[in-house]
Design a protein around this ligand. Structure first.
Ligand code: FAD
Length: 414
């Protein structure tokens, strides 16, 4: 009997899952169908570089179809809802896709309209986000025209995709305005709901120090209730205000809206409750979740999505073959943090171990939590790995899906 696997979302997680499954099974044994609402696969980490003119949206986008191996069906349509009782996906074009196994890989969406004033007067004129191609492009023009004044970089609330990306924007802005010879005329302020620069204590302390070194003011425990674009103010729920001439805001995130129309599948934010080690959905045994769509306590990051791929594919196979699932995912995340001036940090952590100093993936590897030119090159090269290794579902030599401990300083000191 031919089994039917339907994969919702043709981004990072959906594409690598489809390609890994195709390698495992012949089309006569398992049909694989990927559904996405459009055919534009954006390399999202590249959006960070757009505002600084270091890359352009057309250089970080490729057709989704072309990233899928032969023998995988691609359906271009928005998902309307999933009927988990009947094992059917309903598309907005009226098509019904029955499945034996469903993989949810529909990521996270931005919901800027949830914050008062954010998309009101000044939106895309002096209030921007770099989390979309349009926003990053508009911000590039605004930065180029900026003549000095106060820039705030604000995270409204967590979870967000790539929680270090707004910090990277601060560091690159410091570099960019220095290069333009006008850094002394630009005040940079990082405004976060957290009680420090980042969530994990050792990394948070390092990053706080770096913000201070680069002259970026840090405002913590600021829960943005309103963005007043016309008046140039962020206003917190407890009445504090941060003035700005230009704001870069990372809006609230949620899961894809169709999740709310799929009874039993999602939580209040439309993320999908998921076992954090097997990546099986809580809703039904034949549903697995990969990437930002899952509510697991890992970062919403492409690296996490990549490391989850091995467990998801293994457990889809085990499910189809009637074997017990493997609790294989340990929350492994790693991320290059661009710090400007051709340098970057690298952090590596999982559910149990916070980002520590040392080297990755072993004692002779890239320096962790330390600025280096090598890490910057790693960040730049990653786009090549993304298209040619990660999405096709190939293993990256020397990089395992579980977090390595060799090379790390468990005390957190250099
Ligand atoms: C600015 C920025 C910088 C980043 N930097 C990094 C970084 O340096 N390192 C890192 O590891 N990660 C980074 N990330 C995060 C990374 O891009 C994501 O975590 C990763 O792409 C998640 O993969 P995914 O498959 O879960 O979601 P996605 O790749 O976003 O794919 C989800 C897909 O689902 C589709 N979809 C959603 N709803 C529907 C629907 N109703 N119908 C049909 N299709 C639908 C979407 O069109 C999309 O293609 C960054 C993200 C941003 C925004």
């Amino acid at each position: 009997m031919t089994n039917r696997v339907v994969i919702l979302g043709g981004g990072t997680g959906g594409t690598l899952t489809a390609n890994r499954l195709r390698r495992l099974y012949e089309p006569s044994d398992v049909t694989i169908t990927v559904v996405d609402q459009d055919d534009r696969h954006v390399y999202q980490p590249g959006l960070l570089f757009v505002p600084f003119g270091l890359t352009h949206p057309e250089d970080i986008v490729r057709p989704r179809r072309r990233q899928l191996h032969r023998g995988i069906d691609f359906v271009e349509s928005a998902i309307d809802h999933v009927d988990i009782e009947a094992d059917n996906v309903h598309l907005v074009d009226g098509t019904t896709l029955p499945y034996d196994v469903l993989v949810v890989a529909t990521g996270a969406v931005l919901v800027p309209e949830e914050t008062e004033g954010l998309t009101g007067p000044g939106w895309m004129e002096k209030v921007f986000t770099f989390y979309t191609s349009e926003g990053a492009t508009a911000l590039e023009a605004a930065f180029a025209a900026f003549d000095g004044g106060r820039i705030v970089i604000n995270v409204v609330d967590l979870p967000i995709k790539c929680p270090v990306a707004p910090l990277e924007l601060c560091f690159l802005a410091d570099w960019y305005f220095t290069e333009r010879g006008m850094r002394d005329r630009v005040e940079l302020t990082y405004v976060t709901p957290l009680d420090g620069a980042f969530t994990k204590p050792v990394a948070s302390e390092h990053l706080r120090g770096m913000l201070a070194e680069k002259g970026v003011e840090l405002v913590t425990e600021f829960n943005t209730g309103e963005v007043d674009g016309a008046g140039g103010r962020l206003v917190s729920y407890d009445g504090r205000e941060v003035p700005f001439d230009l704001a870069v805001v990372v809006p609230l995130h949620g899961g894809a809206p169709y999740v709310a129309r799929s009874p039993g599948l999602g939580d209040d934010l439309n993320f999908v409750p998921t076992d954090e080690h097997t990546l099986q959905a809580k809703a039904a045994p034949n549903i697995f979740v990969i990437g930002d769509a899952a509510n697991v306590p890992a970062s919403k990051a492409g690296s996490v999505t990549h490391f989850e791929g091995e467990t998801v594919v293994e457990n889809v196979r085990r499910f189809l073959e009637g074997e017990p699932l493997r609790a294989g995912f340990d929350g492994h995340a790693n991320c290059f943090i661009e710090t400007g001036f051709h340098k970057a940090l690298l952090i590596d952590f999982n559910y149990d171990t916070e980002p520590l100093t040392g080297h990755y993936p072993n004692g002779f590897g890239l320096p962790l939590l330390k600025e280096s030119g090598l890490n910057h090159l790693g960040k730049l090269m990653f786009q090549w790995f993304y298209w040619h290794s990660l999405l096709p579902g190939r293993d990256i030599p020397g990089i395992g899906s579980t977090m390595p401990t060799t090379g790390k300083h468990l005390s957190g000191k250099d």
